[in-house]
Design a protein around this ligand. Structure first.
Ligand code: ZN
Length: 213
């Protein structure tokens, strides 16, 4: 066990040396005050990194990840990141990106007891209940994928209703909100919402407006 964690530090030392050998300015340049244009809210268990799938540098994205990419109104962590990105950094775009094969969404669909985690995933379970008449017609992976998509739309709605986004929209039509799903089988990102920049466009992803899938 100690050996395996030591390996990570050894790898780090090798990596630092390799990067400096290739480009002596690598670290000083990466630390330049590049202003990010995007906030990425993704899932903790996505095997792919946001910069990897979007072809961006680390300095271009502010990244927040939690299980099932949720925007929970009482979560000070996500609200603080959104506030920092929107009010201080003034990012132009906020992306919520779920992914197929999401263990968080899969766990929320199960009726067995997962202890404390069930509290966090309750919002996804309730979303499944809201759309159950449509979801029950689907089987297995198809049902799971559909709930991943619906969850992204729901979280974009929650995001748009935060006081941070509402206040930003009173001053301008920024930031734009985007709901995406990453498909790990193809590598492709699939848009679920289009660009949202007002209460009017936010209505289009509100479950009480759309009602069904
Ligand atoms: Zn996930």
């Amino acid at each position: 066990m100690v050996e395996s964690i030591r390996k990570l530090l050894e790898n780090n030392e090798h990596w630092v040396n390799e990067m400096i050998a290739e480009d002596p300015e690598y670290f000083s340049r990466r630390n330049d005050n590049q202003t990010p244009s995007f906030l990425w809210i993704g899932c903790s268990d996505n095997k792919f990194q946001p910069n990897e799938v979007t072809g961006t540098d680390a300095g271009e994205l502010v990244v927040h990840r939690n299980i099932a990419n949720l925007v929970v109104q009482a979560d000070m962590n996500v609200l603080s990141v959104i506030g920092y990105a929107v009010e201080i950094l003034k990012v132009r775009h906020v992306i919520i990106c779920g992914h197929y094969g999401c263990n968080g969404v899969r766990t929320a669909m199960q009726t067995s007891d997962h202890g404390f985690l069930d509290n966090w995933l309750r919002a996804v379970r309730e979303l499944q209940g809201y759309y159950w008449n449509d979801l029950k017609m689907l089987k297995g992976e198809e049902r799971e994928n559909k709930l991943v998509e619906l969850n992204v739309r729901e979280q974009v709605y929650n995001l748009g209703k935060t006081s941070i986004i509402q206040n930003a929209w009173k001053k301008s039509n920024h930031p734009y909100l985007h709901g995406w799903v990453h498909d790990p089988n193809t590598g492709r990102i699939l848009s679920q919402t289009g660009m949202i920049h007002s209460d009017m466009s936010l209505k289009e992803v509100c479950k009480f407006e759309t009602g069904t899938i």
